[in-house]
Ligand binder design. Structure first.
Ligand code: HEM
Length: 514
């Protein structure tokens, strides 16, 4: 040490500073070095490409794919993501080489929060497969068809709320659809009636309803991927090792976003703990909802510890409702903007008559409703990026990626690529007509809003059932027009999933058949 100090002829503190600086440069540079051969835009030290994400949202990946091709580097602070922007490469990552990338990488905003990490989404290897295998049957059509009557009753309550609306009055449809989606999830995952769409629940009343919804909305909006999240999330994006200690520290400091997030999570967890206690005391072990199934097997499968049961419950509540409600609101928003689509949709629904819709009817009698849902999800995907991490060295798209590389398929990019979807800026549901040339020519994985492969969305069939049933029931009785008070173009927020910045505000028009 003395020798070094003499060699450099400087005071010990300068040397210490130099060593620290060198360590910092190495810390920031090594992740880049490992994947440097993959092309990508010029890097800004420390922040990487985060300013691009903050400015353009996930649409930035479409522009970068045009410039850098189907596989490119994008740096979230120091962390490089290898973005996959091509359907064939998505198939390679999610299906063909699934064994080399079976787990998701950490999601930076969720890092260090047990509530967000101890769930199906971020669990790994055998824990993940045991958890998924335990509950997957609940999300298959044979089970979901039993949920149709109860789903229909929640939808009917929602449409009753629309009936009382005056034509000159605005409704925030995205809030109504969120209540509907939470109610459906309440039944499917917890076996309870939250009663939000009725607005007269026995379990949650009056102010509590709006507090519950606000806590739910806040919880999804806080986990920002760009630089607009809480201080611990922002610094965690730049220096990941700081995130957990900083989160622990800041949550005790009033007025910080971290503190607010913590108390918000606490409130939601108290509510979920009540539900878990109710289900745990059930004498009837035949109940078929996620929570009962998990609680029934927890003695034989020691992976379902209390923190994982809570994490799973929290995950279902958030992942299952924000996504479906966004898609339903987006569909109604887009249909209202396109009278020719609205006319065709209403014609198909009226053609069926007004008798009850069964699971078989949903499968085969509403092809145009299917096309509207697919086109809505293509037009604005609620989950445009999915995460994977290599568990050994692997070759993708001609590049050797070392173990531990974060590989993120950008599902939203092929969905807006004119090669797969001519005139991608146009909302044209017919492009998904199985008889149409565009559909026949298209790569089968150009449109995969629920992901693909063993790790694809668990709730896909539940979401589609709810979306179809809702559109059919709603358009039987109403059409909509945009409220003058809604911004144009629509503005979005980018957290773990995409959300509306100001909600979807509509005018309700009762149809003549009322
Ligand atoms: C329109 C609605 C929805 C969309 C667009 C959507 C989208 C997605 C996507 C893209 C993934 C990641 C797939 C991958 O990594 O390959 C995912 C995973 C997941 N989704 Fe959904 N989702 C929706 C609704 C739901 C619902 C209703 C549930 C409720 C059960 C749910 C629960 C989950 C879970 C638990 C995972 C993690 C699966 C695993 O790791 O095994 N989702 N979803």
């Amino acid at each position: 040490m003395m020798m070094m100090m003499m060699m450099f002829g400087c005071a010990p503190w300068i040397l210490t500073l130099l060593i620290l600086l060198f360590g910092l440069v190495l810390y920031l540079y090594i992740p880049y070095w490992k994947v440097r051969r993959v092309p990508g835009p010029p890097l800004i030290p420390i922040v990487g490409h985060l300013p691009l994400l903050l400015k353009h949202g996930p649409d930035v990946f479409n522009a970068l794919a045009k410039e850098y091709g189907p596989i490119f580097r994008f740096h979230m602070g120091r962390q490089p993501l290898i973005i996959i922007a091509d359907p064939e490469l998505c198939r390679e990552v999610c299906i063909k080489k699934f064994k080399d990338m079976p787990n998701r990488s950490n999601i930076p905003p969720a890092s260090g929060s047990p509530l967000h990490e101890k769930n199906l989404f971020l669990s790994r290897d055998s824990r993940w497969s045991t958890m998924r295998n335990t509950i997957v049957a609940l999300y298959q059509p044979s089970h979901l068809s039993h949920l149709i009557p109860i789903m229909q009753s929640f939808i009917d309550s929602t449409t009753r709320n629309l009936t009382t609306t005056k034509e000159e009055e605005d409704i925030t449809f995205s809030k109504l659809s969120l209540m509907l989606a939470i109610d459906v999830l309440g039944q499917a995952a917890f076996g309870v009636d939250f009663g939000l769409s009725k607005g007269d629940s026995k379990s949650i009343k009056g102010d509590e309803v709006s507090r519950f919804i606000d806590a739910h909305i806040y919880s999804t909006q806080c986990l920002k991927m760009d630089m607009s999240g809480s201080l611990s999330i922002q610094l965690g994006l730049l220096f990941p090792f700081l995130q957990t200690p900083l989160r622990k520290f800041l949550r005790w400091i009033p007025w910080t976003t971290d503190h607010r997030m913590r108390s918000n999570e606490k409130k939601l967890c108290e509510r979920l703990a009540q539900l878990i206690a109710i289900r745990a005391s059930d004498k009837d072990h035949s109940s078929l909802n996620m929570l009962s199934v998990v609680l029934n097997v927890r003695d034989s499968k020691d992976i379902f510890t209390p923190d994982y049961v809570m994490g799973l419950a929290y995950e279902h509540l958030l992942a299952g409702s924000a996504t479906t409600s966004f898609t339903l609101s987006m569909a109604i928003y887009l249909v209202s903007k396109h009278p020719e689509v609205e006319e065709k949709l209403v014609r198909e629904i009226d053609g069926f008559g007004d008798h009850n819709v069964t699971a078989d009817d949903l499968q085969s009698k509403f092809p145009f409703v299917d096309q509207v849902i697919k086109e809505t999800m293509r037009f604005r995907s609620v989950s445009p990026l999915v995460a994977r991490e290599t568990n050994k060295e692997v070759e993708i798209g001609g590049y050797i990626l070392p173990k531990g590389t974060w590989v993120w398929p950008a599902l939203g990019v092929p969905a807006k690529d004119p090669k797969h979807f001519p005139e991608p800026h146009l909302f044209r549901p017919e492009r998904f007509d199985p008889e149409c040339e565009e559909q026949k020519r298209r790569h089968p994985y150009a449109h995969i809003p629920f992901g693909i492969g063993p790790r694809a969305c668990l709730g896909q069939k539940l979401a589609l059932q709810e979306l179809k049933l809702s559109l059919i029931s709603i358009y039987r009785r109403f059409i909509f027009r945009h409220s003058d008070s809604m911004e144009d173009p629509l503005e979005f927020e980018y957290g773990l999933v995409v959300d509306f910045k100001h909600g979807i505000k509509l005018r309700v028009i009762k149809r003549d058949n009322q």
